[in-house]
Design a protein around this ligand. Structure first.
Ligand code: B4P
Length: 190
């Protein structure tokens, strides 16, 4: 089973590259951001709770996203592998993911991190905010809060995979196709 974690700060290109990877490797895409936004559109209790935090650029509680991922793994039992996009975002989430995969006799193959400097992230997200309708892309204060949350809570997750010798980092600035080729080279070397 090929199980990839795409990692990086908000706006690094995780969602963009996931779309291309799904097509090439036929993996199931699990984006916690997309699942949460879907809950918001459906107006569920979970969605209402998540919206408040997301609009402020804060992370949603671990137990909420871990439960969502557990359900998705259960409903995709025959998948050839998964792309985890935007998850895990804390070390607690990373540990929970390992336990969930272990019950399925599986494990993470590799975490691939997209390296992008802050000014580029802000520009990309503000640009997307012009027509995405996403409140968390609309103002620079919220974008900076998301980057701050990433630096304090999410960046340490890289070490968790580095210690397991499952971590690769690549330059996330450049053409989308060029970055995709680099990711494919990392996967082919696994
Ligand atoms: P996400 O939906 O994961 O949002 P993101 O980090 O902004 O997405 P991504 O990094 O995929 O953006 P992309 O590069 O595709 O999370 C949103 C919120 O949900 C979080 O803040 C949090 O509140 C909550 N949440 C989600 N998961 C959670 C978890 N596990 N735990 C707790 N809370 C959680 O796109 C950015 C833009 O850049 C696009 O417009 C794209 O076109 C552009 N772009 C991409 N590649 C480019 C390139 N090479 N050059 C130029 N532009 C590029």
């Amino acid at each position: 089973m090929l199980n990839l974690v795409l990692f990086g700060p908000p706006g690094a290109g995780k969602g963009t590259q996931s779309q291309k990877l799904i097509e090439k490797y036929k993996l199931v895409h699990l984006s916690t951001g997309d699942i949460l936004r879907n809950e918001i559109v459906q107006g569920t209790e979970l969605g209402l709770e998540a919206k408040k935090l997301m609009d402020e650029g804060m992370l949603v509680p671990d137990e909420v996203v871990i439960g969502m991922i557990s359900n998705k793994l259960d409903s995709n039992k025959d998948a050839p592998g998964f792309i985890f996009d935007g998850f895990p975002r804390t070390v607690a989430q990373a540990k929970a993911l390992d336990s969930l995969l272990e019950t399925k006799n599986s494990e993470i193959s590799c975490m691939i991190a997209l390296d992008v400097r802050n000014t580029e992230l802000e520009n990309r997200l503000l640009l997307r905010g012009k027509d995405s309708g996403r409140p968390d892309d609309a103002n620079v204060e919220v974008i900076r809060k998301r980057i701050e949350e990433y630096n304090s809570k999410t960046a340490p997750v890289a070490n968790y995979y580095r210690e397991q010798d499952k971590f690769s980092t690549i330059n996330g600035v450049g053409g989308v196709d060029q970055i995709f080729s680099t990711i494919c080279r990392v996967i082919n070397d696994l």
